[in-house]
Ligand binder design. Structure first.
Ligand code: ASP
Ligand code: MG
Length: 460
């Protein structure tokens, strides 16, 4: 039987980030957006703004009981504000109280045994459980059939707590079998960020993982569109807080968006694009506070493909340089190096090599839900056994993003003119038609980005 049958003409999965569900008024604006679009059948929410940070603080183990209760009190205040505005419906109030009791229980246990990964995930997952419960009730009060459903029914992951990997086949089967059929009757409100392994243990996908969750659900359900509603009206040509001339980009290709999500401002979680590319689902990014401003559409094909689309910046980059004479005329050194990094679940952004050394950049978004650094002493020691390792921190990665970058004459000259008075620590170009990247010291990067954006994207 083919369960993948919807009668609505198209299916949209819509994700609302933490600021979009921060309080009752914000949630109410999201409800307007949903009610205006009958194709939105699955709604994915983040925890209300601030809640995950508070839970992360608790997960580190707050031994002082007064302090722990104060943090729990802050979370409860955020959730009760919404519950009160909803008129404290008894059933929802009871479920919310259960969730808050669980927070208390897990945080008390972590106070004595900090960092226990399975329990940290169980604690962090409660933020999204609260927001989805409340948001589903709000939709019902607006007269819309809607139900909060536990994403752990379908979001199957491995058991790597803090940064679990989704199991795509199981996810697709579960989503098709359990969720696809009832979508016409009522909208599903569910949690981003969290999942469950095959034994039913709660896992998380890493900080900011709700976008990724929504993209995975869109793929699993064969959705036509994925809408990411956040606090900015689309993806900009640069961070507007840094560059006053930055403009929203109406349309981006998947390739450009993937580069931007990896190297750029944190509008989208870097993993979000991949499920969309695989399933051909178009992605929209817009602002839930002012949907009338429009936003950015990310698609396979775009109408315009300019050479320069955006200048992205990522701070807090770590440069890892490894040197080994064993590399000289040898085979397998890089394979071994990357095998070690893979075992430690390190994702590498940029890489350059010479005959006897390799330089790679790492980003702090490589860290897990609890915010622990991945460049652990254990990893450094393992690497130290095969090569000499140097670690430099405080660098910034600048990426020029666009089309035909590797094949257009004059790009290098225009970019490097701006860098005349700066030390460029590393340059990466050629692998992708869509970017040129370099590293400079974090203290010098602001004027570099401002000038670069001005020259490439503001002068016509
Ligand atoms: N609530 C989680 C976080 O703050 C996931 C998300 O918002 O995407 O990291
Ligand atoms: Mg978020």
């Amino acid at each position: 039987m083919n369960t993948h049958t919807f009668s609505p003409v198209s299916l949209t999965v819509a994700k609302f980030g933490g600021t979009s569900v921060a309080d009752y008024a914000a949630m109410d604006r999201c409800a307007d957006i949903i009610l205006a679009d009958p194709s939105v059948r699955v709604v994915v929410v983040s925890a209300s703004s601030g809640v995950t940070n508070l839970l992360v603080a608790l997960s580190a183990g707050v031994a002082e009981n007064d302090k722990r209760l104060a943090l729990l009190g802050q979370i409860a205040a955020i959730q009760y504000q919404i519950l009160d505005a909803l008129g404290r419906p008894a059933e929802v109030a009871a479920t919310l109280d259960q969730l808050l009791t669980e927070m208390d229980k897990h945080s008390a246990s972590l106070a004595h045994l900090p960092g226990e990964p399975a329990r940290v995930d169980a604690l962090l997952a409660l933020g999204e459980q609260c927001s989805s419960l409340l948001f589903a009730e709000l939709l019902r009060q607006r007269g819309e059939p809607a139900r909060a459903r536990d994403v752990r029914e379908v979001m199957r992951t491995d058991s790597h707590h803090g940064r679990a990997t989704p199991q795509l086949q199981e996810l697709a089967q579960l989503a098709q079998g359990r969720w696809a059929v009832g979508l016409n009757a009522e909208r599903i409100v569910t949690q981003g960020f969290i999942g469950a392994d095959a034994d039913g243990n709660t896992t998380t996908l890493g900080r900011g993982g709700s976008d990724f969750s929504a993209a995975l659900l869109a793929e699993a359900l064969g959705a036509d569109n994925l809408a990411i509603w956040t606090d900015v009206d689309g993806i900009y040509s640069c961070d507007p807080r840094l560059v006053s001339g930055a403009r929203p980009i109406p349309e981006l290709s998947f390739d450009e968006a993937a580069e931007m999500a990896t190297f750029g401002a944190k509008v989208l979680h870097p993993a979000t694009i991949l499920p969309a590319v695989r399933s051909g689902c178009a992605v929209f990014v817009g602002c839930s506070r002012s949907p009338e401003l429009g936003g950015t559409w990310i698609r396979n094909q775009t109408e315009l493909n300019p050479v320069y689309r955006a200048v992205s910046l990522r701070r807090n980059q770590t440069l890892l340089t490894v040197h080994s004479l064993n590399m000289l005329h040898a085979q397998g050194f890089l394979a071994e190096l990357f095998a070690i990094l893979a075992r430690h679940r390190i994702s590498v952004d940029l890489i350059t090599t010479s005959e006897v050394s390799v330089a790679l950049t790492l980003d702090s978004t490589g860290s897990d839900s609890g915010g622990r650094e991945l460049l652990t002493p254990a990893l450094l020691e393992e690497l130290g056994q095969m090569c000499r390792v140097e670690v430099e921190t405080g660098l910034a990665l600048v990426a020029v993003i666009g089309n035909r970058i590797a094949t257009t004459a004059g790009v290098g000259k225009r970019v490097f003119e701006v860098l005349e008075n700066h030390n460029v620590r590393m340059i990466c170009q050629g692998a992708s038609a869509h970017n040129l990247c370099f590293l400079v010291d974090g203290s010098e990067v602001d004027p570099v980005v401002q000038e670069l954006h001005g020259r490439l994207l503001e002068q016509v």
